[in-house]
Design a protein around this ligand. Sequence first.
Ligand code: SAM
Length: 277
Amino acid sequence: MNENHGTLYIVPTPLGNLGDISQRALNVLAEVSLICAEDTRHTGQLLHHFSIRTPTQSLHDHNEKQKAAFIVSKLAAGTDIALVSDAGTPLISDPGYSLVNLCRQSGIKVVPLPGPCAAITALSASGLATDRFAFEGFLPAKQSARLSSLEALSEEPRTLVFYEAPRRVLDTLDDMQAVFGPDRQVVLAKELTKTFETIHGAPVADLITWLKEDSDRQRGEMVLMVAPAPKTDALPKAAVTLFLALAEDLPRKKAASLVADAFGIKKNALYNLGLEG
Ligand code: SAM
């Protein structure tokens, strides 16, 4: 790291409740020379509220690649810069990847501040397993691509976390029902930190009914979380039947080895059948 270089600060901003901005975030935003913002007008309102007069420049999905080199040149010249998005943590389904990647390649120090993030906020109150989870961001808008993405996740043993737009939530839940089955538990967390914050979990079929009962329930910013796939007996039924039949006349080890070879599966899984518990 070059001592004369500036620092890029990654600064999360509130999801809706201005009280969620941290004191450190306010200090950094006031002290840097420039704030790169997804939407300068939107961020301008936040800065105005906290009487911060730092200049802003736009950095959004459509100009980030071109602008990253220019911003890195300013950092290299010693300017401290903060990166913010409209709400939550920059780079999490928000712009900033190209800039941070280039900074790290160029030896520019990147300092992340902890703070609001819809995915983590939603997950913490979901009641679903939090020891392992997979953040999937937004699913594709086109149904065929969305179904393929969901199918690839249908056996996922971790809790799944998605961002979704209100206009697509029913279509997405219909697709989840088709791929994961009607009984898979899904939790919807919407308008987090805002007046109409709602966290509602149900089997996906019931969640669809609940949303349809009141169109207001379909409005607002939302996170969808899907319970892990139920553990299935991964062994093919035919392999289990054959193993159990052979094991009556052969040593278990021999029977397991023969069936495992025939089905291309692990012999331990067969050998242990009926032995646990
Ligand atoms: N970077 C942000 C973060 O850290 O959460 C996410 C930005 S992404 C463009 C916007 C999506 O985040 C929304 O469509 C919604 O899925 C989710 N989101 C943002 N604010 C939310 C809130 N207050 N309640 C629920 N979901 C929210």
